[in-house]
Write a protein that binds this ligand. Structure first.
Ligand code: MG
Length: 218
């Protein structure tokens, strides 16, 4: 069973599904030469991909190119389907700091064959995740600075105001495909600056008002 902590409460929230949005920041779409999507690009990670703060990332032997992607995570607190954007925020219980680790070589190979990328995105430890702050403690999730340092060097820096889809729109759109339930996690996409990580690297992600995430590569 995989749980996440909500700061200021004793309760551990049992994680349901982890739904991720790809290509949500224009600068990141451009750095990978991807097309700007007209519909949301959505994929899932299994709960076995979760890694706690201070944990160790294990890059699978079938890849030589694991990339970091720093992302704002949402914790769903209330079940909803086909939610309007106006009601979507009522379903968010908290915000956290996540990494969507990606085996770029495996993903490229899968993409070139028109195959799903799950094995590039869902491996064990591919989803490092901080504890969550309560939603009411974040003024505006669509205007938060985020940054990632690797071994102290700034690699990614952005603001959620650069997202093509707002937090409310993301929740609303995903809920047209999947019922969102208590304990589900949503990853909202990454800004530019993604790059490789190797054995021994220390990754430190930070999102203002939300918190920090610190993990190391085994
Ligand atoms: Mg991502």
């Amino acid at each position: 069973m995989h749980c996440v902590k909500l700061n200021g409460t004793e309760q551990a929230c049992r994680v349901g599904k982890i739904v991720c949005l790809g290509r949500n920041y224009l600068d990141h779409i451009r750095e990978l030469n991807n097309e700007v999507p007209d519909a949301p690009v959505i994929f899932c990670k299994p709960t076995s991909s979760l890694l706690e703060n201070e944990g160790e990332i294990v890059i699978p032997a079938y890849s030589n190119d694991c990339h970091h992607e720093l992302e704002l995570a949402l914790l769903i607190g209330k079940t909803g389907k086909n939610m309007s954007e106006a009601s979507a925020k009522d379903h968010i219980r908290g915000y956290g700091v996540a990494l969507d680790l990606t085996l770029r070589d495996v993903q490229a190979r899968q993409k070139s064959k028109g195959l799903p990328w799950e094995i590039a995105k869902g491996f064990d430890t591919s989803c490092p995740l901080s504890s969550f702050v309560k939603a009411e403690q974040v003024n505006d999730p669509d205007n938060l600075q985020l940054s990632l340092r690797v071994n102290g060097q700034l690699r990614q820096q952005g603001n959620t105001n650069m997202m093509m889809r707002s937090v409310a729109r993301i929740v609303s759109e995903i809920s047209t495909f999947y019922t969102l339930e208590e304990g589900d996690i949503i990853l909202t996409g990454t800004p530019a600056g993604v790059g490789p990580i190797v054995s021994g690297d220390l990754l430190e992600g930070e999102i203002e008002q939300v918190g920090q995430l610190r993990v190391r590569v085994a």
